[in-house]
Design a protein around this ligand. Sequence first.
Ligand SMILES: NC(=O)c1ccc[n+]([C@@H]2O[C@H](COP(=O)([O-])OP(=O)(O)OC[C@H]3O[C@@H](n4cnc5c(N)ncnc54)[C@H](OP(=O)(O)O)[C@@H]3O)[C@@H](O)[C@H]2O)c1
Length: 244
Amino acid sequence: MQPDASRTALVFGASGTLGRAFCEALAQRSDFGLLIGTGRNPDAIPDPCEPVVLDVTDADGMAASCQQIRGLTDRLDLVIYCIGLLHDGAHDIQPEKRLEQVDAAAMARQFAVNATAPLLLARDLATLLPRREPCTWAHLSARVGSIGDNHLGGWYSYRASKAAQNMITRTLAIELGRRHRGLACVALHPGTVASPLSAPFRSPDAQGVLSPQASVAHLMKVIDGLDAGSSGRFFAWDGSDIPW
Ligand SMILES: NC(=O)c1ccc[n+]([C@@H]2O[C@H](COP(=O)([O-])OP(=O)(O)OC[C@H]3O[C@@H](n4cnc5c(N)ncnc54)[C@H](OP(=O)(O)O)[C@@H]3O)[C@@H](O)[C@H]2O)c1
């Protein structure tokens, strides 16, 4: 990417583990003049982000947040959706081990956060993407959202919501690619990363767990290597393709 102070990066979920690590990595670079970060708690959004409060389960608040983002910038060169939901004690959400544990409300909330929200945000903000210059709209997906790679079962709601997000990514890549010729719209799997989201489901001595900084360093390399020809694809942190 070329240094350009007019370029803007937007990180949804800047207060989360991977979102924060993306903000820290982007803050070290000179190729974005403006970094916007969203979070439910403004105090948890890291410097030097322009903070925008966003809870994606609040439709009115979401519209106001998008308006605020439009007031901050007239272009988005890099967008990374780092918001995600796997478990939430406050809403009695745990990944299902068995069919009997499936619950409609818990499933609906995971779809709202993991799949519907990024589509609504694209609906409201994608016109800020440049028409011709290279730009990226990336969703942090998960390998377990791959249908082709599902050999273990379980986790119905999370898997299905990430698979839905993946379909949304692919469909957005097709429609937005017609208007934004330099766009790479992609799904990214960060690896298994030490974070509150993964903590209950990995043993402390598990092999192959990445730090958020290591995952983001790999993912930034993947992002830097994207072009319009990469759009509509699903990449792992090491740059390998994941089957849909
Ligand atoms: N960690 C892993 O091993 C792993 C593996 C595969 C995929 N991923 C994906 O990577 C992404 C980031 O995960 P992470 O490990 O960084 O998890 P994390 O630290 O738990 O961060 C999750 C983020 O989602 C936000 N969020 C949840 N519900 C929200 C809502 N209703 N409105 C707005 N924001 C909401 C949280 O906001 P608050 O800061 O306000 O709580 C937080 O910023 C997720 O999409 C996850 O599925 C992670």
